[in-house]
Design a protein around this ligand. Structure first.
Ligand code: NAP
Length: 248
């Protein structure tokens, strides 16, 4: 395929996988992962690369060397560093770049949300909200909760954790999406009285929010990092349409 049809998708989300498979027939796609999970979800019939690039400058070099014509940053809304690096690298290399960012969740009737600006604020708030927390925040920020006293934690990760930085914790493994019934059972089984969640948005992890609403459990909702500048669209179909406008 000619140079202009080479697309780098920065992935690690369900939408990134979906997008890669949707455009694979008409674009030469490379799907990039940070390499955090041992058994990641991957798009079929798409070239994959794994691991960091080494910062914005190194990413710009990588884009040039691999003759990438377009970049779609479809990383998670909380993956702020790679989003900033991708924007800078594309500016440096003179390459069109799109941020694919699903809308944030909004509280609805029956929701009891306690907003927190970041994981540290969520940890400070926790003791005043509940004692048995489902920490649904991924593994990178778990240590932020290490000084929270008199709390028990339920942690769910895709891969089994080798070590957990929290004293009174129960770990389960699993890969979503989950149904509301499954999440309700999980919250009941572990006697959860507070859910701590990032405002990830999207459908695939929303069932825990529905389950908390059903059981009248408060949710400490961690807000997103500041949005990164540059063109941003919300859905996979939007991103497919954006690429179509960049046909060369
Ligand atoms: P981050 O803090 O923004 O990125 C840290 C570093 O990891 C980046 O500077 C980059 O290394 C490397 N990196 C991140 N995403 C990459 C990708 N798709 N391909 C190649 N290198 C990548 O990101 P994070 O929060 O650690 O998330 C890591 C990955 O997990 C992301 O791809 C994201 O989509 C996925 N994820 C994150 C969350 C979350 O809550 N943060 C949740 C679900 C999935 P270099 O600087 O060396 O290039």
């Amino acid at each position: 395929m000619p140079k202009g049809r080479r697309v780098l998708i920065l992935g690690g989300t369900a939408e990134a996988v979906d997008l890669a498979m949707k455009i694979a027939a008409s674009w030469d796609v490379t799907y990039s992962l940070a390499g955090r999970t041992r058994t990641p979800s991957l798009p079929e019939n798409v070239s994959t690369r794994t691991g960091g690039f080494g910062g914005a400058e190194a990413l710009a070099d990588w884009l040039r060397e691999n003759e990438i014509g377009r970049v779609i940053d479809a990383t998670h809304p909380f993956a702020h560093r790679i989003a900033v690096n991708a924007l800078r690298a594309c500016e440096t290399a003179g390459i069109s770049r799109l941020k694919l960012m699903r809308p944030a969740w909004e509280p609805g009737p029956g929701d009891d949300w306690r907003p927190a600006a970041d994981p540290g604020a969520a940890a400070s708030l926790l003791p005043s909200v509940g004692q048995r927390a489902f920490l649904s925040i991924g593994r990178q920020d778990l240590a932020t909760f290490a000084d929270v006293r008199d709390s028990a934690f339920l942690i769910r990760t895709v891969d089994q954790l080798e070590s957990v930085p929290l004293k009174n914790s129960t770990c389960v493994t699993g890969r979503g999406p989950y149904s509301e019934a499954q999440e309700t059972d999980l919250l009941r089984e572990h006697g959860i009285d507070v859910l701590v969640s990032k405002n990830a948005g999207g459908d695939s992890t929303y069932a825990k929010i529905e389950a908390a609403r059903k059981l009248s459990i408060p949710v400490i909702m961690i807000g997103r990092p500041d949005p990164v500048a540059g063109e941003t669209l919300e859905t996979v179909d939007d991103a497919v349409g954006w690429l179509a406008t960049k046909e060369s």
